[in-house]
Unconditional design. Structure first.
Length: 169
């Protein structure tokens, strides 16, 4: 067995590492890959242990390990300015619930709703007692608590397209 498999996945019988969306830590600059010296200081500083280094030693977020509390310790530890504490609030990632969701398949589960402090995930009742998750993107912080908690890894993260600005004449 691969020792990098999360304990909760092991208990579920999932021995392969989940495919993850490539995300740099909060506060990453647009030229992050060029600025980062691959020292790993951000990963060592992360109190939740969600920053891992990829094959090129670039830091990535791994929500199978936990969630981000946006504490800024990773940015404070960064010696090159690739991560800036002032830019943590600009974290662009938002959760998206996929078809692998147990509730969408008819099995009662509300783990993501229970885990979401921002209350960005609510369930809408359907006929015959079923409920499906509805995500309020404006409330989602992208912290990953829903992804960490989901028993089927049905949460992925995307960067929403910026809203089109209203044109004035």
């Amino acid at each position: 067995m691969d020792v990098s498999v999360a304990r909760r996945n092991f208990l579920r019988g999932q021995f392969k590492q989940a495919s993850l969306t490539f995300m740099h830590p909060p506060g990453a600059q647009p030229t992050f890959a060029d600025l980062c010296d691959r020292c790993g200081a951000c990963a060592r500083a992360c109190p939740t242990g969600i920053i891992r280094l990829d094959e090129q030693n670039l830091p990535q977020i791994d929500f199978t390990k936990g969630a981000c509390d946006f504490c800024g310790d990773c940015a404070a530890a960064c010696p090159t300015g690739a991560l800036l504490k002032d830019d943590i609030a600009n974290w662009p990632w938002r959760a998206e619930i996929t078809g692998a969701c147990l509730s969408m398949k008819g099995t009662a589960c509300r783990a993501c709703e229970d885990a979401c402090e921002a209350r960005a995930i609510r369930f809408t009742l359907l006929p015959q007692g079923r409920a499906v998750p509805v995500l309020d993107e404006s409330q989602c912080s992208g912290c990953g608590e829903c992804a960490f908690t989901c028993p089927t890894q049905a949460v992925r993260f995307t960067r929403p397209a910026p809203a089109e600005r209203e044109r004035t004449l």
